[in-house]
Design a protein around this ligand. Structure first.
Ligand code: F0G
Length: 401
């Protein structure tokens, strides 16, 4: 097991705290795949969740593992939406069902466990909200100090409540997420804390288990396409790595087309894809109602674009209106309440079906990344006001109408 630069190939040991290569390239974790003996039966009888796949994870010492029983999220067949959108087979992988309500828990169980292995006492991150909520919970369980940097006024209320309540030191930055990440990276460089943003390749090791679970839940018959909301671009890269590893080991026979969805006001990856570029042009002032993906300079852009290009996938953007409409559609047709950023995968699917990019007889999995209760303000604003009644007479008048 090694950390390896995706640009120059330089390798680092797993116990070296480096984050990125000396050439500036992103690192990825590679295993000695030839020595991993796993077949489909190997998983029978194992507990469900992230650590079910321990052979393909970087922490082997079970005493170091910090877990809140993350992963093992439901994969819903969405027949009502199939009819509504006109597609043959649609599933939603609902990551809002994780312990703190987002997919970040998969990354944090691995990241904080690794912090244990490294003997680190202080961890930190920049966040649009979910990463901070998750890190705060896992570091509480691991008895570590947790410092989170948030863009002031732009974090959904549920996420802020979580980070504060789990006992993190919550710092609001005058600036956006990209600025907060820049600042926390400086703290990490100067060894004030162990950084657990997705520039840390170990975080992505946990998140790749989304791909593993989809493969297993669909009985090893991988979908044609996986649609993922994209912000800092770690998750789409991680899920792709998961599928590639299962393929390499021989557990699955096909790979899905990775399809990334960004918000109209924060779409540097979509623009790079449409130019056919491997590099993005960052946004200085990203803006969207989906605050989770309000990111102008995604740190994992290179990995994400590689996932999209090499899987023959696609990247598209959706407007705030399309996001909010999809959020309602998913709740009202399927009973699944997700936060706005999550609904971008559904909005993107709808748009790409209309554009003819996605075929109507594809088998598609949309990832919904965070729970609807994370952002109650946006949800309430998107609905009609409750009906107020004073007494039984008034109530009956309304019900009879
Ligand atoms: N969906 C939700 C609900 C998120 O919280 C995030 C990222 C994403 C999608 C995008 O995932 O960054 O891997 O491309 N939230 C981060 C945070 C940035 O700080 O919570 P990504």
């Amino acid at each position: 097991m090694k950390q390896r630069c995706i640009e120059c190939g330089k390798e680092y040991n797993v116990n070296e705290v480096v984050y990125t290569c000396e050439c500036g390239g992103l690192l990825e974790i590679i295993y000695d795949y030839d020595s991993i003996e796993l077949d489909r039966d190997s998983f029978k009888g194992r507990e469900f969740g992230v650590w079910r796949y321990i052979e393909l994870l970087p922490v082997k010492d079970k005493d170091k593992i910090v877990s809140l029983k993350e992963g093992n999220t439901p994969l819903y067949r969405c027949k009502n939406l199939e009819k509504e959108l006109g597609i043959k087979e649609l599933y939603v992988k609902n990551e809002g069902a994780n312990p703190t309500g987002s997919f970040k828990d998969r990354g944090m169980t691995v990241g904080v466990s690794l912090a244990n292995v490294l003997g680190v006492d202080v961890v930190g991150c920049a966040s649009t909200g979910n990463t901070s909520a998750s890190l705060a919970a896992y570091s509480a369980k691991a008895n570590k100090k947790c410092i989170v940097l948030l863009p002031e006024g732009k974090v959904a209320l549920g996420k802020l409540a979580q980070a504060m309540f789990y006992g993190a030191m919550v710092i609001e930055i005058a600036g956006n997420f990209d600025k907060a990440l820049e600042m926390v990276r400086k703290l990490a460089e100067n060894k004030y804390l162990y950084l657990l943003n997705s520039v840390n390749p170990f975080r992505l090791e946990g998140q790749k288990t989304i791909g593993f679970e989809i493969a297993e839940q669909l009985n090893w018959d991988v979908p044609d396409r996986v649609v993922v909301p994209v912000g800092n671009a770690g998750n789409i890269s991680a899920i792709w790595k998961g599928f590639k590893e299962f393929y390499k080991i021989g557990l699955i026979d096909n790979l899905p087309k990775m399809t990334g969805i960004q918000a109209e006001g924060a779409k540097p990856i979509v623009e790079a894809f449409k130019r056919g570029d491997k590099d993005i042009k960052p946004y200085d002032n990203p803006e969207t109602v989906a605050t989770a993906i309000r990111i102008g300079n995604p740190v994992n852009a290179k990995k994400a674009l590689d996932a999209i290009y090499s899987s023959n996938g696609y990247a598209e953007s959706v407007s705030d209106e399309e996001i909010l409409e999809a959020q309602k559609l998913l709740a009202r047709r399927e009973g699944i309440f997700v936060e706005p950023a999550s609904a971008s995968s559904i909005a993107g699917l709808k748009k790409l079906l209309e554009e003819g990019v996605i075929d109507r007889d594809e088998r598609v999995v949309c990832i919904t990344t965070g729970h609807g209760l994370k952002d109650p303000d946006t949800a309430i604003k998107a609905c009609e006001k409750p009906i107020k009644v004073k007494d039984m007479d008034e109530l009956l008048k309304i019900i009879k109408n």
